[in-house]
Design a protein around this ligand. Structure first.
Ligand SMILES: Nc1ncnc2c1ncn2[C@@H]1O[C@H](COP(=O)(O)OP(=O)(O)O)[C@@H](O)[C@H]1O
Ligand SMILES: [Mg+2]
Length: 351
C-alpha cells in the first residue's frame, strides 16, 4: 500500500501561511495532479511529501506511516524536478546508478534496473553519453529514469516538462502517462498547466492561495466546477463569465436573457445577483442574440470567435467551415441547459 494522506496539513514560513488545512487522499496507484497558478503552494505540498519542507500543522502519511518526522531518504519516494539536476561529469549510466550505489544496492541488481529503465525510456543507446551531449528531452528522460530505478512507493513530479518546447512537452506528457500506467506507481504530479492536468491526471486537485478549490476527475472538474475560480482556470478558451441577475424568471445579463434550467430553479430567487458561466462550445450561430464579431482565430479543426453582444464580450468555438468574419453581425444561440450559475457573492456553483 502506498497511498498518500494529507490530514489538516498547514505550512507557514514565519507568520506567513502558504498552505492551509490541506486534506487530500491520493489512492494507491493513482496519478494525482496538483494544479493551480504560480505561487499557490503546489511545490510546497509536494516537497512536504518528500520531506524537503517541514510540516507545520497536521500530518502526512505514506501508506500507514506518518512521515512528518521521517528523513527524506527513508520515505521511499523519488522526485523528478523541472531542472533535471543530472551530474554533469557522470555518464547517463552513472547518473542512473548513482542513487542505487548510495543505497548499497548490489551490482547486478543495479545493472538490471538501469538497463530495464533505459529500455522503458528508449535511452539505452545513450548510456555512455554525458548530459551535455543530450537534448533537453533526453535529459528529462534520464531524470525520470533515475526515479524509476529506485522503484519507490511514490513518484513525485514537480513541473518536469516546463523546460521542454511545446511539441516535446505534448509527446513527453503522453510518455509519462503511459509509464505511470505500466508501472502502476502512486504518483503526485505538480503543474501550473491545466491542459497537462486534464490530460494526465486520474484526478486533479485545483489549488489557489494554499487552499484546495476542488478535487475530482478531469471530467468532473470541467463539467461541474465548484466555483468561479475553477471555472475560469480549467478549459481553453476559458469559460465566459458574465454578471447577471434573476429577473422575471430569466437569467438576465446587460444584453440578453436566458431561461432558467430546471436544475437551478430551487437554488435561485428573484432579484438574486449571479455570475453566469457559459463554455465557448455552448455558443453557436442561428439564434437571436445579436453580436458583432471582433476577432476570429482559426486553428484548423475549429475557430475561436470573439464577439460583442452589446456590452457583453463572448468567446465561442465554431466549426471552421461555418466561421464568420471579423466585423460581421451574427445571431448567436446559447444552450441554456448547459450554462453554469454561480452565486455572485460566494462564487460557488449553484447547480
Ligand atoms: N523558503 C520560503 N520562504 C518563504 N516563502 C516561501 C518559501 N518557499 C516558498 N514560499 C512561498 O510559498 C508560496 C507557495 O510557493 P510554491 O509552493 O513554490 O508555489 P507553486 O509551486 O504553486 O508555484 C509562495 O507564495 C512562495 O513565495
Ligand atoms: Mg512550484
Amino acid at each position: 500500500m502506498a497511498d498518500v494522506t494529507f490530514a489538516a496539513v498547514g505550512k507557514k514560513y514565519g507568520d506567513v501561511s502558504v498552505i492551509d488545512d490541506l486534506n487530500l487522499h491520493i489512492d494507491d496507484g493513482e496519478l494525482m495532479v496538483l494544479v493551480g497558478p504560480s505561487g499557490c503552494g503546489k511545490s510546497t505540498a509536494l516537497r512536504m511529501i518528500a520531506g524537503l519542507e517541514e510540516v507545520t500543522a497536521g500530518t502526512i502519511a505514506i501508506g500507514d506511516r506518518v512521515v512528518n518526522e521521517l528523513p527524506p531518504k527513508d520515505r521511499d519516494i523519488a522526485m523528478v524536478f523541472q531542472s533535471y539536476a543530472l551530474y554533469p561529469h557522470m555518464t547517463v549510466r552513472e547518473n542512473l546508478e548513482f542513487g542505487l550505489k548510495m543505497r548499497g544496492v548490489a551490482r547486478d541488481e543495479t545493472s538490471r534496473r538501469v538497463e530495464s529503465a533505459a529500455e522503458i525510456l528508449g535511452i539505452s543507446h545513450l548510456l555512455a553519453r554525458k548530459p551535455r551531449d543530450l537534448s533537453g528531452g533526453q535529459r528529462q528522460r534520464v531524470a525520470v529514469g533515475r526515479a524509476i530505478v529506485r522503484q519507490p512507493a511514490v513518484f513525485l513530479f514537480d513541473e518536469p516538462l516546463s523546460n521542454l518546447d511545446a511539441k516535446l512537452r505534448v509527446q513527453t506528457r503522453a510518455e509519462i502517462t503511459k509509464l505511470q500506467q505500466t508501472l502502476g506507481t502512486t504518483s503526485v504530479y505538480v503543474t501550473h498547466d491545466q491542459i497537462e492536468a486534464m490530460t494526465m491526471g486520474h484526478r486533479i486537485t485545483v489549488m489557489r492561495d494554499g487552499k484546495i478549490q476542488q478535487i475530482g476527475t478531469p471530467q468532473e472538474v470541467y463539467e461541474q466546477p465548484a466555483n468561479v475560480f475553477v471555472a475560469q482556470f480549467i478549459g481553453t478558451p476559458p469559460m465566459n463569465l458574465l454578471a447577471a441577475v434573476v429577473a422575471d424568471g430569466m437569467l438576465r445579463t446587460s444584453s440578453f436573457a436566458l431561461p432558467i434550467a430546471a436544475r437551478f430553479r430551487d437554488a435561485l430567487t428573484e432579484g438574486q445577483a449571479i455570475t453566469l458561466g457559459i463554455r465557448p462550445e455552448h455558443i453557436s450561430a442561428n439564434g437571436t442574440i445579436n453580436a458583432v464579431v471582433d476577432v476570429v482565430e482559426p486553428i484548423g479543426h475549429e475557430s475561436i470567435v470573439y464577439a460583442s453582444a452589446g456590452s457583453e464580450k463572448l468567446v465561442a468555438i465554431f466549426d471552421p467551415h461555418l466561421t464568420p468574419r471579423a466585423g460581421e453581425t451574427i445571431a448567436l444561440t446559447i444552450d441554456a441547459e448547459k450554462v453554469h450559475v454561480f452565486d455572485a457573492a460566494t462564487e460557488r456553483n449553484l447547480g
